[in-house]
Design a protein. Structure first.
Length: 325
């Protein structure tokens, strides 16, 4: 099985450095913790699916970043081949067959180096076919040349075993792959405490909703539904009393911290999310001490209203870090 052992560590480090230069890993790191705790649906295809499963994609230089970002959820197996190489075609057929049956536990990203040479350069490819496994934005294993199906299957199995507890999408994909056609899915059991909080929220009693969510978090600090619900209820209470005219007031008085906070809430309520984030990041740059910390906390609270992988949140987190440091 010498063909599928881990490559020379120096080679892996070189691949990692090359990929880091080709991909914006800042956004990946900012979302990693939330992504690892998320329950995922089948990965969406950022490239052509060729009529196959959505977790089999043909990668272009334009879609490369989006494909690598999915490695926060599941391993991405990048096949770097060429149409003129029979070995590439043989390996592509085997990997496609295995990926089709995976349920999305891993993504097969097929790269034609004739059409996308810069991807090959990023990975430092010396020969085709070359296969690189990527997880959390970093190359973690690689091999060059064709493999027999038995060896290839074993390599994939070891890859999934090594990452199953770190990437949330693996188990979800394996569950999909093992679904029995026609089986009746059991209804999830609803938490009555969450139901009570949601009912309070729906009738506009945001204070009561906050109370329910806070009680849950007092005993279960890691309850993600309660965290999200509390953030939503707190914002809804604030936004309910915000006059959109405060935006103009804040624009006219950039030194007024309270006006900036209220204006950001109003902008989020008006779906002007990027403008709200920009306003508070700019305010962080202008103020100091307790005021700066107050604005930072308010902005972080607004981040919690959106999915962790929202690109607007990722961009604002990077801007906030730049403003603070």
């Amino acid at each position: 099985m010498e063909h599928v052992t881990r490559p020379d560590p120096r080679k892996t480090a070189a691949l990692s450095a090359a990929l880091s230069g080709a991909v914006d890993l800042g956004a990946l790191k900012a979302r990693a913790d939330a992504a690892r705790q998320a329950a995922v649906a089948p990965p969406a295809s950022p490239g052509a699916d060729n009529g196959t499963a959505p977790w089999i994609v043909d990668v272009t230089e334009a879609s490369f970043q989006a494909v690598v970002e999915q490695s926060l959820q599941v391993p991405v197996v990048v096949l770097l081949g060429a149409s003129y190489s029979p070995e590439s075609q043989q390996l592509a057929a085997s990997l496609t067959r295995f990926a089709s049956a995976s349920g999305g536990a891993w993504i097969l990203a097929r790269v034609d180096l004739e059409a996308a040479p810069r991807i090959g350069q990023a990975f430092g490819v010396q020969s085709v076919p070359t296969v690189v496994a990527v997880a959390a934005g970093q190359p973690i294993d690689a091999f060059a040349g064709p493999l027999a199906d038995a060896e290839l299957s074993a390599w994939i199995a070891r890859l999934l075993d090594a990452l199953r507890d770190r990437l949330p999408g693996i188990r979800a994909g394996e569950a999909r792959a093992g679904e029995v056609p026609g089986a009746v899915e059991e209804e999830p059991i609803e938490d009555p405490r969450i139901v009570a909080a949601e009912e309070a929220f729906e009738r506009g009693d945001y204070v009561a909703a906050q109370g329910y969510y806070s009680e849950i978090l007092a005993s279960e600090p890691g309850n993600e539904l309660a965290k999200e619900g509390l953030a939503q209820a707190r914002f809804a209470e604030r936004a309910e009393g915000v006059d959109p005219a405060v935006i103009a007031k804040a624009d006219a008085a950039p030194e007024d911290v309270e006006a900036q906070l209220a204006a950001a809430d109003a902008q989020v309520a008006l779906q002007q999310v990027e403008e709200a984030f920009r306003r508070l990041v700019d305010t962080v740059r202008r103020v100091y001490g307790d005021d700066r910390d107050k604005v930072r906390q308010h902005l972080v609270g607004l981040f919690e209203l959106f999915p962790a992988d929202d690109p607007r949140v990722a961009a604002a987190r990077r801007n906030l870090a730049s403003a603070l440091y």
